[in-house]
Design a protein around this ligand. Structure first.
Ligand code: DQA
Length: 144
């Protein structure tokens, strides 16, 4: 069975209590459950992780590159300024889809810039937790 990493950056462990008007009422456990359920349906082994630590997130991107493992990545606030994350993603050897729960383009100005978008395979944003499901489907259908 193909493995897919679902990697999440800072503050996403706080889904459910964090700004529910923006991110909804579902928790990180709900997100993990949704990804696992979607993975079962698509025949993918889904490895869901979250960290508030940029270095740890970069090390997981390296791990994916070394193993040619596809990634669904919500870089959270790192999206907007982490050149270290961008440089790690540029080394990818399999599809990597940037996802966002909210639609950053419709929010504050600083969220309109993604420093990682140009090195991702694509971006899915604004569909709530469904953004992850859509990204997993895109990876499953990509066939690589
Ligand atoms: C987010 C959007 C980012 O701007 C923000 O910093 C997050 C979450 C999203 O999923 O909508 O932490 O990536």
């Amino acid at each position: 069975m193909r493995t897919v990493f679902v990697l999440n950056g800072p503050n996403l462990s706080r889904l459910g209590t964090r700004e529910p008007d923006v991110y909804g009422a579902q928790t990180f456990d709900d997100l993990e459950g949704l990804c696992r359920q979607t993975g079962r349906e698509l025949g993918l082994a889904v490895d869901v992780r979250q960290t508030d630590d940029e270095a740890e997130l970069v090390s997981w991107i390296h791990e994916a590159a070394d193993g040619a493992i596809p990634v669904v990545l919500n870089p959270a606030a790192f999206t907007h300024y982490s050149y270290a994350l961008r440089d790690a993603i540029a080394q990818r050897t399999a599809p990597l889809i940037e996802v966002h729960i909210s639609n950053p383009a419709s929010r504050e100005e600083f969220r309109h810039t993604s420093v990682v978008a140009a090195v991702a395979s694509g971006t899915i944003a604004g569909f709530g937790l469904r953004s992850y499901e859509l990204a997993l489907r895109a990876i499953a259908e990509d066939g690589r």
